[in-house]
Design a protein. Sequence first.
Lengths: 345, 309
Amino acid sequence: MATGRYPLGQLFLMRLRALWREPSAIFWVFIFPMLLSIVLGLAFRNQTLRKLNVAVVESPGGAAVLQALSSTPGLQTQVLPLPEARQALSRGKVALVVVAGPPPSLLVDPLVPEGRTAQLLAVDTLQRLAGRTDAIVLPEEHVSTPGRRYIDFLIPGLLGFGLMSSSVWGLGWGLVQMRTGKLLKRLVATPMRKSDLLASFILSRLLIALVETAFFLTFARLIFDVRVAGSLPSFLLVAAAGALSFGGLGLLVASRAQNSETAGGLMNLATLPMMVLSGVFFSASLFPGWMQPLVKALPLTAVIDALRAISIDGTSVFTLGGPLLVLLVWGAATFLLALRLFRWS
Amino acid sequence: MAELAISVDGLVKRFEDVVAVDGVSFSVPAGTCLGLLGPNGAGKTTTVEILEGLQEATSGTVRVLGQLWGEHAERLRARIGICLQETRFYEKLSVKETVALFRSFYPSGVEVEEAIGLVALEEKRDARVGKLSGGQRQRLALAVALVGDPEVLFLDEPTTGLDPASRRGLWDVIEALKARGRTVVLTTHYMEEAERLCDQVVIVDHGKVVAKGTPAELVASFGGAQVIEFEARPLLSLDACRALPGCSDVTTQNGTVRLHVKGLPEALPALLRTAEAAGATLVQLSTHAPTLDDVFLHLTGRSLRDEAS
């Protein structure tokens, strides 16, 4: 029995076993964030621009118009009689109706973006068909930046959110269950050092947070090819700092709650506002200027900003003093307050 | 006189405006078993938790193994074992893992397997706590209390809610501990439990000690009285019952009248005559020598049996 006589080791094992043997905990820590990112990743995946549907109403001598339009890049043509073509336009099935003419004429709703684009493309083609020549040739450079996809933005946000949830719920829930089941009371009646119990919670949280981060990064890389532009150790360091900071919050929320209902309410109170304000799904800079100091002072904003800076922009962890300071202040303040308020029974 | 494992002198515990324990004093010689009996809310659990160092006394002196909680808390915790009224251990841990966890806190004690053996849980050593029955969980709680090889063992209602077989199983374990010279303090609702296990009984009510002594002494304090229980239809007046020869106490519960009388030969015929004169039928009648339950009922106005249910 290697760990037989080491209380810290035994308490640490207790925490890990409690998580590992609880299927619902595994689901919320590992599976749920994965499912969420798959669903959101698919919904917001980068699509190639779809071709615009154009209805062509045939008329004698209009074959050249149909020919020219169907070979225009970005347009998809179909031949329809006029009544059906009008109906298709009003139902949005086609973006534009071209009556072949001669001379050709257009039916379009200029307030629909697809209609306007189809109109520009069709007019250009028809003018050339009629003999117009281009005055100048404009050089074009096609640009696409890696790491600017929505999924690249989303993954650090979901990871930050996952770290917050698992820290607050994992620590808080665990402690409240132990209090309501009188296990905390039973433990303090033994010669156990209270600092050992606390350390076991912190160490197990840290280990699980690192496993959680590594798992999530691997998954994002394999499924969505999301890469961390900056250094991996920096990324893990920020994730660990976030987990510890949120651990303080979890401890505070659980410091007095006497039953699961109270604890659950307090945990939602602590985490839901941050889920909305800290830019998990969209950039927090969208909030108006007067809200920014509040938004920036939230620990979840700090974690997500720092994770995004490292993974998207490749920022060095040494230039992330601001977010790390926010995490330190939150962690220290909640932790000290929790120790002061904590009830063992 | 034997060394005292516990001495309690003028113990008072006040919560805001409620006095839970109001000047309790008693002592427990080493190697004996003390039973704390009393109705719910009498202050038993508060008293025991102060002895266990889980609550602080408002005033009064408590010495456990000659030491004060205020001075030697760390050392004392290593020398006592505790079974709270109900502890929910981690359901996902096995019996063996739970006992090993608690064993790691004590500088010395018995081996994990030995503690499991003491409470006869060997067959369940690898079972998850969540799969245990109520009786097995109580035995696990006892194994956890024993793992530090305590000199004093505190058991707060160790058998409440258990079926009779599980209860008797736990009694055997506690008797074996007593045989090994351990001091035991237990609270209970069960008269048989107190009569079988306790060398001394302290009955508390409203935070005060109302009686103490050995079970035999407490029963003898009735002065050789006998108990008549009967149910009459229609009900007999209580004054008529009190007027019966040698009657010292009358209590009623759910229509059953309980009389404490000096001698059955005088009281019983008188009762029958009284019933006949009142035109009442005795639907039930029994007599017995007094038990601890009668003492308890006499002192607190409530039956131990009702407390247990």
